[in-house]
Design a protein around this ligand. Structure first.
Ligand SMILES: *Cc1c(COP(=O)(O)O)cnc(C)c1O
Length: 367
């Protein structure tokens, strides 16, 4: 087992926040990150008082565009966050090489995968640091939680000090997470997907469920001072021990999708994948021109197909994007992608019946 359990935080974004602090990112600084991400990332950057600057995705790819980074990069940036979206490795070597020319440290967002690799090297090993998440929808679900890996000895010494400043969350927060986890465990399977989605939204607005996202505000949210809860930690450690089995099952599922989905028909395609990649997906993404029609039909037939990311900064809607310094039109590929992407589950709860059903659904779909 790798050191995924060494530095653990309340959430993945809290880990990112800690890394940024240790790298010396301060109020007024700018940090590069990709559009087509979730609010967790800009939230961490903005919690420091820094500004996220968005790099577009490569055309028909879920990952950062090297060419757009070349246009935007200069010495003023304090960090570059590279995300391996859905578990598909980004062009990390090239991106990191470019950043190093400007003396900018690279942080890898590995929230979607532990073991994906490119050119024989696992993601998470290319930058000074990487971070992980253990919340709903991630490869390992522990409730809420995140962790950090540091690849640089000098930074590790500073990080150790910073880590001392974090404290265990209050018991009420822990209790809420535990309740949600048990509900999740009972219900998180494809047949309950659409039902849960609606219920979770309702509970979130009622303030019962610990929602995925905090409102964007100027003041530092308390979440950014907490470690992982002890119960989430225990669940994480026990599941990390079984990571190999999880990965194996997940590969079987993605191989089934790969070999049974009808890509010839032209209504779905896989996003761009770099050569020499081995992918352990968080979800299996597909690009389609019929996203909304497909989702509507899937819901009617109660088949789990997910819509994330729904916008370039999920789950903000277009009118909210300026709150996280995203300007509509600035990353056209990512904007287009969010309107064309769907994804299929690859987790433990996926059985043969679901796989056959979803493949049949997609292969027979007509506009
Ligand atoms: C889930 C996720 C995070 C972190 O999420 P937390 O809820 O803070 O654990 C960060 N980046 C990406 C791309 C994610 O999907």
């Amino acid at each position: 087992m790798e050191n995924y359990h060494q530095y653990t935080f309340y959430r993945g974004r809290v880990g990112l926040f800690a890394i940024l602090k240790v790298l010396g990112v301060k109020k007024g600084d700018k940090v590069l990150t990709q559009a087509f991400t979730c609010l967790a990332v800009p939230e961490a950057i903005m919690s420091i008082g820094a500004t996220p600057i968005y790099v577009d995705t490569e055309k028909n790819s879920v990952n950062m565009d090297l060419e757009d980074l070349k246009k935007k990069i200069n010495e003023d940036y304090k960090a570059l966050i590279v995300q391996h979206t859905y578990g598909i490795p980004a062009r990390i070597e090239k991106l990191a090489e470019l950043a190093s020319q400007y003396g900018i440290p690279v942080i890898e967002d590995c929230c979607h995968t532990f073991n994906s690799s490119i050119g024989g090297k696992e993601v998470g090993n290319f930058g000074v640091s990487s971070f992980y998440s253990f919340e709903w929808g991630k490869p390992i679900v522990a409730g809420l939680g995140g962790s950090v890996i540091i690849n640089d000895d000098e930074i590790r010494t500073k990080f150790e000090q910073e880590y001392q400043l974090f404290s265990p969350p209050p018991r009420l927060a822990t209790l809420k997470i535990n309740i949600q986890y048990f509900v999740f465990k009972l219900m998180f399977r494809p047949i309950y997907y659409w039902y849960l989605k609606k219920t979770f939204r309702k509970l979130s607005t009622m303030g019962i469920a610990e929602g995925n996202y905090n409102a964007v505000s100027e003041e530092l949210n308390e979440d950014f001072t907490y470690l992982m809860t002890s119960s989430a930690y225990r669940r994480m450690v026990s599941k990390l021990r079984r990571l190999e089995d999880l990965n194996k099952k997940q590969l079987e599922i993605t191989e089934y999708y790969d070999s049974h989905l009808d890509f010839e028909k032209g209504s779905i395609e896989k996003p761009l994948i770099q050569e020499n990649s081995i992918i352990f997906y968080a979800r299996y993404p597909l690009i389609t021109e019929n996203k909304y029609q497909l989702l509507e039909k899937a819901e009617m037939q109660n088949i789990e197909i997910s819509d994330w990311y729904t916008t370039v900064i999920h789950p903000l809607n277009e009118s909210e994007l300026d709150q996280v310094h995203y300007h509509l039109g600035s990353c056209p590929n990512a904007e287009s992608l969010s309107k064309r992407i769907i994804s299929l589950p690859v987790g433990q709860s996926v059985d043969d019946r679901y796989m056959k059903k979803v493949v049949n659904f997609l292969n027979t779909f007509k506009e």
